[in-house]
Design a protein around this ligand. Structure first.
Ligand code: ZN
Length: 314
């Protein structure tokens, strides 16, 4: 059976581009690996943050749009995005979050200790220590490779139909069910990053899409052949996948699973170094070829943003 390695990327909606960069790059220390536009709405940025090389399983992406009304986290959405921090770095992160005035609390699930916090738009984030996952060599502020976020630990899905969502994870995406604990059903995929998916089983409010909510979660396909194969499998199982779309850095297809969550399947390649050198990722506004003729107009409309060292790190 064809199996996904795990999460490819997670995409969310927020209100302000600079505030978004200040949090994900400035506080969490992720690398801004791509600054581009929403290909479906070119007047809106599409910002990508990941590890040093923007590997699949590390990348969170945002559509920052000031006019976007606030959403509500609930059913039909990814409720929480979790990140892996190196073993022994929890105290460092507690101190760092305090330094920036970010509230957090600790809890345990499946025998692991988590720190829970929110980003400035209200997205739910967790940090969990694990030894899995390659070291992230991107340093920022006082974050060094021994404390840097490695990538996604996984995500918590809030489904309107948890059993049906569980079925997609197991029978289509090929995740293994690890068991149930305190209202969460846990699944695991084969990658070392972005591989632990929890489905929340207790009731939740209905999710409303908007700023401060996740738009979709993308799963990894190792190549274009596997990607096509998944489209066929989805159709055979009664889902309605979109056509395969060229997102420049990967090929994508989307479908709604039956619990209401928008799923994407994305190819690992070509990746973020396809249009700019690896050591310069994220510095310039990158446009797909079909938008190059509008560059000047777009650069005038989009707010100027930068990765900057925040007050707490000076
Ligand atoms: Zn996506």
């Amino acid at each position: 059976m064809q199996k996904t390695a795990g999460i490819h990327h997670i995409t969310a909606m927020v209100n302000d581009a600079q505030r978004n960069i200040d949090f994900y790059a400035g506080v969490l220390g992720l690398r801004l690996v791509k600054k581009t536009i929403n290909f479906d709405r070119p007047e809106v940025y599409h910002l990508y943050f990941g590890n040093d090389s923007g590997q699949p399983g590390t990348v969170i992406t945002f559509f920052p749009w000031p006019k976007q009304s606030k959403g509500r986290i609930g059913t039909g959405q990814v409720g929480v995005t979790s990140y892996i921090i190196p073993v022994g770095s929890m105290r460092f992160w507690e101190k760092r979050l305090k330094k920036f005035g970010i509230k957090f609390f600790s809890f345990e699930r499946f025998g692991e200790k988590y720190l829970a916090l929110q980003d400035p738009d209200g997205l739910e984030i967790e940090l969990v220590e694990r030894k899995e996952g390659p070291v992230n060599h991107w340093s920022f502020g006082d974050i060094q490779p021994d404390t840097a976020i490695k990538g996604f630990g996984g995500a918590t899905l809030i489904s309107a139909k948890p059993n049906q969502t569980a079925d997609v994870l197991e029978t289509i995406l090929g995740l293994e069910c690890l068991g149930q604990e305190e209202g969460f059903l846990r699944f695991k995929s084969e990658a070392t990053l972005g591989n632990i998916i929890d489905i929340k089983l207790t009731p939740s409010v209905r999710g409303l899409m908007g700023a401060g909510t996740v738009h979709h979660i993308a799963w990894r396909a190792k190549d274009e052949e596997e990607h096509l194969q998944w489209r066929t499998i989805l159709q055979e199982k009664g889902y309605y996948p979109t056509e395969i779309l060229d997102r420049n850095y990967f090929k994508a297809l989307y479908f709604h699973e039956k619990g209401g969550i928008l799923f994407e399947i994305a190819t690992d390649s070509p990746g973020f170094a396809v249009d700019e050198p690896m050591n310069e990722l994220g510095q310039k506004l990158m446009l797909p070829s079909w938008f190059e003729s509008k560059r000047e107009e777009l650069e005038d409309t989009l707010p100027s943003v930068e990765v900057r060292v925040l007050e707490g790190d000076k």
